[in-house]
Ligand binder design. Structure first.
Ligand SMILES: Cc1ncc(COP(=O)(O)O)c(C=O)c1O
Length: 419
């Protein structure tokens, strides 16, 4: 009886202490994964101490924090104190989100950012300087592509593009190559990059490997465990999951997250505590949401594949998808994103998008609501016809983010809109 009570007490103590994790100014202690994803997302990093502690996550809604004394101020300036001083540098609510994500990714550390693009740019700029070269997969989110195409050349950074099957990647390496950047599954055509192969390539050439894991979320894919150095997310999407916040994050080794955090602080892309709260609330239901969204997406993909007006469905869960086997090997589910091309091209795609009633005609993805967009006018605006072709985007490509509605209602809406 005593043993049972002792075990119970120790378990509660571990929970109250956030499972033993400690915050420091720039880094966190390694977060060994002890719980499943849902338990981790719900309990890890929560500061619940004693009787009367809030069960819900509290928001440290403050821009600054008091020092106990000038002696402590001095210790902070000397890097000897991990105290919070100013929210751009760190905030307890952000720490909670960071601890959860690090554990979900199986990473040593994580850092939050104001948006996915703040996380991506701060990560890439943590690795790359003027004169350096980056190898990146061609099929990436349009915003990441525009960053590499329009901003990096002005900073003297050269970007060399490779297809998502990594064919010919060895020929792109020079003495100046510093990093590899991939995105998988890709936006919007859901191509799958072989994560283990990419990680092995980066290790062989001593490159920092960075992956955008937004479409999969850590529930479906854990790239750090597959050998990547840093995983970045548009946390706006599946991680937050309710279409009510813009957020970004990076997770990886203590060393690289330290540098990414420095950039976020210097460039000012820090997350707001209110946004961190919304992200944390979303993360608590991440696994159940993603699992159900995957089920819905498979139903939608199969329906579209059988429709006479549809030319092709891009969904890695379908046997017809060119990367189906690879997706099966490296993912724990096929995701909630898909795209399809209509036989009659852009006019038909526009008609379809203008007719949907339950699916919303809106950018973004990964929320509880099902959405459709035309990538040529949204995620991939401003790309030339050749760049669109290279990205696998046809004018009539429709991208679909499948939400949590009842599958029958989604199919009924597709039927009437394709009608
Ligand atoms: C795959 C992917 N990465 C990054 C981003 C950028 O994220 P954010 O809009 O949060 O800056 C997006 C946005 O759509 C995305 O789809």
């Amino acid at each position: 009886m005593f043993c049972v009570r002792l075990r119970h007490y120790l378990a509660k103590l571990a929970l109250a202490r956030g499972n033993g994790r400690v915050h420091s100014r720039f880094t966190m202690k390694k977060t060994p994964k002890r719980w499943g994803d849902s338990t981790t997302a719900i309990h890890l990093g929560e500061k619940r101490h004693g009787i009367g502690a809030a069960v819900g996550t509290t928001i440290s809604r403050t821009s600054n924090f008091t020092f106990a004394s000038t002696a402590e101020m001095k210790r902070w300036a000397e890097g000897k104190s991990s105290a919070y001083i100013y929210t751009r540098y760190g905030n307890p609510t952000l720490t909670t989100a960071e601890e959860k994500l690090a554990a979900l990714e199986g990473a040593e550390a994580a850092v939050m950012a104001a948006s996915g693009m703040a996380a991506i740019s701060s990560t890439l700029l943590a690795v790359l300087s003027s004169g350096d070269e980056l190898i990146a997969t061609r099929q990436v989110y349009g915003g990441s592509y525009r960053l590499m195409r329009d901003t990096f050349p002005r900073l003297g950074i050269v970007v060399r593009l490779v297809e998502s099957d990594l064919a010919g990647i060895e020929e792109l390496v020079t003495a100046k190559t510093k990093a590899l950047y991939i995105e998988t599954p890709t936006n919007p055509t859901l191509r799958i990059v072989d994560v283990e192969k990419a990680a092995a390539f980066a290790k062989k050439h001593d490159l920092v490997s960075i992956i955008d894991g937004t479409f999969a979320s850590p529930v479906l894919q854990k790239p750090i465990e597959m050998g990547f150095d840093v995983v970045v997310h548009s946390a706006t999407k599946f991680l937050a999951g309710h279409s009510d916040v813009i957020a970004g994050a990076a997770a990886g080794s203590r060393k690289w997250i330290h540098h990414v955090r420095e950039n976020i602080i210097h460039l000012g892309g820090s997350m707001d505590p209110e946004a961190a709260f919304l992200l944390i609330r979303g993360m608590k239901t991440l696994e159940v949401r993603v699992k159900k969204q995957c089920e819905n997406a498979m139903i939608v993909a199969k329906y579209l594949e059988g429709h006479r007006k549809v030319k092709r469905v891009h969904y890695p869960g379908l046997a017809s998808h060119p990367d189906h086997k690879l997706a099966k090997k490296q993912m724990r589910g096929f995701g909630a994103m898909l795209a399809f091309d209509l036989k009659a091209g852009l006019p038909a795609a526009r008609r379809f998008c203008d007719r949907v009633k339950l699916f919303l005609l809106a950018a973004s993805l990964g929320g509880v609501e099902s959405l459709v967009i035309l990538p040529i006018y949204t995620s991939h605006y401003g790309l030339s016809p050749e760049e669109l072709r290279n990205a696998g985007v046809e004018p009539g490509t429709v991208r679909v983010s499948v939400g949590l509605e009842d599958a029958d209602d989604l199919i009924e809406d597709l039927r009437q809109a394709l009608g």
